[in-house]
Design a protein around this ligand. Sequence first.
Ligand code: NAP
Length: 279
Amino acid sequence: MAQLIDGKKISAEIKDELKEKVAALKAEGREITLAVIQVGNDKASTVYVGNKKKACEYIGVRSLAYELPEETTEEELLNLVKELNARKDVNGILVQLPLPAHIYEDRILLAIDPDKDVDGFHPVNVGRLWIGEEGFLSCTPAGVIQLLKRTGIEISGKNCVVIGRSNIVGKPMAALLLRENGTVTICHSRTKNLAEVTKQADILVVAIGKPNYITADYVKEGAVVIDVGIHRNADNKLTGDVDFESVSEKASYITPVPGGVGPMTIAMLMCNVVRSVGK
Ligand code: NAP
């Protein structure tokens, strides 16, 4: 039976470390401010934004909330981003996605100053990640690396297989595992004989976006399995991309859903927010 990787506990540890760091910065007279922009009233976005504000409060960071109406134009939003880019007292800028359909998301993300881009989505930060320069890391994949490291799982020299190649999870995940000296393979919907590839993995990261898709047949005995997926099933319960029941019989370590990767995303966002003060 696999050991559980406890994302709840690890994310709480990280937030407590950040709280101390922020207190030390405050003692030197340095305040940190995150601007959080939400356009429209998407319910899920309101919950995410609320959680981000709470995390800021917990670690001692000031958050400025911009709750803009659905009919906000792209130009108005761009002007706000420009204004926040210019403000010396604002360290980080976060635009909650998705944006309403009439606003071109990429144009907004490109407008954010890369040194205030705490989500790590700006192409400059993506490039920095791939060439090994300092920059803001994409939060969910950075959280996976912390889960592995803080559980004492060695990445260097290991066969790491990532299922999924999205810009927010799969690709940055592969870059980070490579940076930790893993031997990395990326799988996607055109991969042939997926199970043959995934069975080579010492560390298998699953971000396929399909509930309970990865069963024990895809997993090598003793592998470490990280489930990035989040879905709500018919009983309103959260479930991942991995079939926990069968895979936990075969893996050496596994992340549960909920309580695995999920809580790490906000903790890593807070790491980026604290890092933004030095930019
Ligand atoms: P996504 O954009 O839908 O990407 C899914 C990836 O899986 C794509 O690259 C796709 O390949 C690949 N794929 C789909 N079917 C496949 C198959 N049968 N065999 C092999 N590969 C296949 O999803 P995402 O945004 O990366 O998110 C992945 C999961 O993580 C979702 O469940 C999402 O809810 C969750 N998530 C969780 C967090 C968190 O904080 N825990 C954050 C973000 C996302 P193609 O590229 O060829 O289409």
